[in-house]
Design a binder for this molecule. Sequence first.
Ligand code: SAH
Ligand code: SF4
Length: 388
Amino acid sequence: MSNSTAVPTPSPPGAGSLGDIRSQTLEDLQGQFALWKEPAYRVAQLLEWLYTHRATGWDAMTNLPKALRQRLQRAYSFSAVEMARHQGAPDDTQKFLWRLSDGAFIETVLIPANPALYGEASDRHTLCLSTQVGCAYGCRFCASGLEGWKRNLHPNEIVEQVLAVERWHDALAASPPGSRPAAPGGRLVNNLVIMGMGEPLANYDHLLRALRILNAPWGGGIGARRITISTSGLVPQIRRLAEEPLQFRLAISLHGATDETRGRLMPVNTKYPLAQLAAAARYYQEKKGGLLTLEYILIAGVNDGLDQIKPLAALARRLGAKVNLIPYNPVDGLPWARPEEAAQDRFLAALEREKVTATLRREKGRDIDAACGQLRLKTERTLPGAAS
Ligand code: SAH
Ligand code: SF4
């Protein structure tokens, strides 16, 4: 089994005109194999190499004829991420920093056994995926937006985050002393939260393609209801997502229940103020039924005042949404702080008195910079030559 730092078979110049192999859907491959007059069962064999064995190069695919492998290599690129840093916290949250083929960095966080965070209580391994390098939305409190937006991730770069973490886990399981129980080739990740770096709905087409691959039985096999997409509130894309056949969970980063408070934290609120956002969220909820969460970071002295309770409760009730309260994770160089625990508890209790279902999530992984964008920022500032 290849490990996550394995370098894929180099592609010849001019190769890859059809894109990366892990950006292809079943239909794409079936169409291409039909054009090549290759038998249909070859597609199934290829998919098994990609998503069951998590191969990182063509040479591993020994049951495909050499001529077909060469043809594939000419037609498709096959890029793997390289592990630049890995941190594991004592509570077992693992944070990965990947270097992409153009030298850019992105992060992925593995959060094991965290019941009922998102989705159902049988939640075992949740992976938090990035969708862009940097972020253009510039929320005042967030590390990901600090140095601007660089580019969208390609579908394969989103899919590859899952496969690379599973390869890393397989390699651990294969090394006997103190190894954790796992079946190499078996699935580790069964929940996804699209809450890493970037605004997922600003990279809509690539995200949806990646999620279709991660959801498909021949791909990642992760149920759509076990995939939560978090957005800062892009209204047209929320409406578009409501029309998709797949039933994804949606989390809206609210962080303020009045335009005044939200606008102080999130510039996107100028373009899509709360009334418009609420209407789109309501539409999503009507179409999907019960798949909406409101995320609310608590920041001391900014949005943790009890004046936010009534409008927040009214919005949550109107939308039939649950509220996730998240104590702010301080970011180096930014002035914001998390409120005292007593203030957090007061906010939660006040919301509950308003008959809103709310949870206060004292985050795992705080000690390994698990909040959005923080490991990348530190790496870019400290590793010589690491700036992408
Ligand atoms: N761009 C999307 C998804 C990525 S951010 C969005 O904004 O929803 C995922 C979540 O992490 C968001 O709710 C975001 O507000 C939150 N977040 C960002 N920085 C944080 C920090 N320092 N502490 C706690 N939560 C943070
Ligand atoms: Fe971008 Fe989300 Fe961070 Fe805002 S919170 S800057 S939208 S990643």
